[in-house]
Ligand binder design. Structure first.
Ligand SMILES: C[S@@+](CC[C@H](N)C(=O)[O-])C[C@H]1O[C@@H](n2cnc3c(N)ncnc32)[C@H](O)[C@@H]1O
Length: 238
């Protein structure tokens, strides 16, 4: 039987990027990510939340304290940052070890958040959220799954929900991580979301200048004459 390390922070020295460059035919699967946690091969694990998220929460102390979904939450640093700021946070990850460690560390920190094993791209939303926070999941999945990702954000978010993303603008095509561009993000999200604000955040040292934060608000559902007729004078269904 395979022996599981107790502490997933044990790390192999590998590439300086946040994922290994070793290609694998299985890297969109749960098994691929679980193996990365079990072997400690997790260069994305920085031991701290996204600096851009920390600054965002400090700069916006008056946001209404709603529900937040952190898909691909890893060991939960970002979840704990939202929880500390008073939000009701739910972390999801496809790797069982990530969920176990995230839950243990959150309990250990005396914070309250929920963690659940799940595939953000394939599972139905357990509830619909006020916020979705993205941090290195978009670049972790296969580029050909990005349309599924946008669909998942739409189905897990409330109709008036907000999508806050720390995007990783690297050129890599042989990931994970798979790079993206502002143009691709604009094309993927602008049809359904209004861009409220964008900025280059403070980053972990090895990502300085490579991240872009985009704060999107979901567009109100447009009522066409046809839907108005079908739903009469009531509120549009969403
Ligand atoms: C690069 S790591 C980032 C972890 C965390 N967001 C961070 O920045 O520390 C990508 C994470 O996404 C998870 N993941 C990959 N595909 C997923 C999916 N379809 N649904 C949920 N989690 C997924 C992996 O298990 C891994 O924990």
């Amino acid at each position: 039987m395979q022996k599981k390390p107790k502490n997933v922070q044990r790390r192999r020295k590998r590439s300086s990027s946040h994922h290994s460059k070793t290609p694998s035919p299985h890297h969109s699967s749960s098994g691929f990510w679980e193996e990365r946690y079990q072997s400690g091969d997790m260069p994305w694990e920085k031991g701290a939340p996204s600096p851009g998220l920390v600054d965002f929460l400090a700069a916006h102390p008056k946001l209404p304290r709603g529900t937040v979904c952190v898909p691909g939450c890893g060991t939960g640093h970002d979840v704990r940052a939202w929880a500390k700021a008073g939000f009701k946070v739910f972390g999801y990850d496809i790797a069982p070890s990530a969920i176990r460690v995230a839950a243990e560390r959150t309990r250990g920190a005396g914070l309250s958040a929920q963690f659940q094993l799940g595939d953000f791209l394939a599972d139905p939303p357990p509830l619909r959220f006020d916020w979705i926070f993205e941090h290195t999941l978009f670049c972790a999945i296969q580029p050909n799954q990005r349309d599924d990702y946008v669909r998942a954000v739409l189905s897990w978010l409330k109709p008036n929900g907000q999508y806050l993303a720390v995007n990783y603008l690297i050129p890599d095509r042989d990931g994970p991580p798979f790079g993206t561009t502002r143009e691709e993000l604009w094309q993927s999200f602008s049809p359904q979301f209004e861009l409220f604000k964008e900025w280059v955040p403070k980053s972990y040292p090895n990502r300085t200048g490579l991240e872009l934060m985009l704060w999107w608000r979901r567009k109100a559902i447009q009522r066409t004459p046809k839907t108005r007729k079908r739903f009469g004078r009531g509120r549009p269904r969403v």
